[in-house]
Design a protein around this ligand. Structure first.
Ligand code: GLP
Length: 264
């Protein structure tokens, strides 16, 4: 794992966008895994800027979102689909036919939809670069505690903490979804490269457990310890509980000198 500690959220967003933009420039038909959540907003803003000002071309990029709430209609503003269009897809040139987001509007046939999502990823040739956020309990996607490291795309019940964290995005009179469809840990680990973003003091514990804690299904981000090419971009606040911060800084310095391509 490459742990990249940035001074603040703005730098984290710029670095994340630089890595994604670079990956697209090297492989125009990049299969890009995307995430939702507030942490991703800076990345999306920056990618939109690079698209407008530097002509970053998404015409051949194929995207796969990590997850979607169950029970919301696609058009509902709180759906992850709506989030993705409002904050990103409406402002860049990814053709709509190349955008994949799990269908959460379902009330049944979850298994079939999840299998189809897995097949779409396989048919596209797998994911080249998967971007992730992290939940307060250390989840990635919606892989809540006790998610198997071998899990695939499936229906998942949300924890009380996650439901509470997401309540802020819903009007007070609306019920917050209690379930979601999410790529599994096994699905995520198959991506060629992983880029996790963690920002703010509220994520410090989860980040420390993910990077320095034991491998455990109780903190599903710890599964990234098994991946051979993951970069964890965290700002100073989110890095606050890491024990080996100085080492990560010097390893990053050395990487810049000796193998800068790892930072692309
Ligand atoms: C939800 C999403 C995760 C995301 C997390 C953190 O749980 N399913 O993919 O990482 O929220 O969101 P935020 O960045 O808003 O803290």
């Amino acid at each position: 794992m490459l742990v990249f500690i940035t001074k603040d959220y703005a730098e984290l967003s710029r670095e994340a966008a630089r890595i994604v933009a670079r990956a697209i420039r090297r492989k125009r038909d990049l299969r890009l895994g995307l995430a939702t959540g507030e942490t991703q907003l800076g990345l999306y803003r920056e990618l939109v800027r690079i698209h407008r000002e530097e002509g970053l071309d998404f015409a051949r990029v194929v995207t796969f979102n990590l997850d979607e709430y169950v029970g919301l209609d696609a058009g509902q503003p709180q759906s992850f689909r709506a989030f993705m269009f409002t904050n990103f897809f409406d402002h860049v040139n990814v053709p709509v036919g190349q955008i994949h987001i799990p269908n959460g509007a379902l009330r049944k046939d979850f298994e079939k939809t999840c299998e189809e999502y897995e097949r779409a990823i396989q048919d596209a040739g797998g994911i080249d670069l998967q971007v992730l956020g992290i939940g307060k309990d250390g989840h990635i996607g919606f892989n809540e505690p006790a998610s198997s490291f071998a899990s695939r795309t499936r229906l998942k019940t949300l924890t009380a903490q996650t439901i509470e964290d997401n309540r802020r995005n819903f009007p007070p009179d609306k019920e917050t979804p209690r379930a979601a469809i999410t790529m599994g840990i096994g699905t995520i680990l198959e991506a060629q490269r992983i880029l996790l973003l963690g920002s703010g003091a509220a994520k410090a514990r989860a980040i420390a457990l993910a990077i320095e804690g034991p491998l455990t299904a109780s903190v599903t981000a710890s599964a990234l310890q098994l991946h051979r090419d993951s970069t964890l971009l965290v700002d100073r606040e989110a890095a606050a509980e890491l024990r080996h911060k100085d080492y990560y800084d010097s390893a990053l310095e050395m990487t810049r000198k000796l193998t800068p391509e790892r930072l692309w």
